[in-house]
Design a protein around this ligand. Structure first.
Ligand code: ZN
Length: 65
C-alpha cells in the first residue's frame, strides 16, 4: 500500500493512536496536532477525490465526526 492515508487507516503504520474504528473508517490522533485531541478520520479504501466515495463511507465519516 503506497498511500500513507491508507496505511494509517488499515493499521500498517507503526505507533498509531486509534480512538475509533469500524469496517469503513479509522480515527487516529494526529502526530502533529493543531490542538488537543486533533483526530484524523480516514477511509480504509483509497479514494483520489471525495466525489469517488460511496455514500456509505461518507456517512460513516460524518457519524464518526
Ligand atoms: Zn490511499
Amino acid at each position: 500500500m503506497e498511500c500513507l492515508g491508507c496505511r494509517i487507516a488499515n493499521g500498517i503504520e507503526p505507533n498509531l493512536n486509534i480512538v475509533y474504528e469500524n469496517e469503513l473508517i479509522t480515527c487516529v490522533l494526529d502526530i502533529a496536532p493543531f490542538n488537543e485531541g486533533h483526530t484524523l478520520i480516514l477511509p480504509k479504501k483509497h479514494y483520489r477525490d471525495v466525489e469517488e466515495m460511496e455514500s456509505e463511507t461518507a456517512y460513516a465519516i460524518m457519524d464518526a465526526s
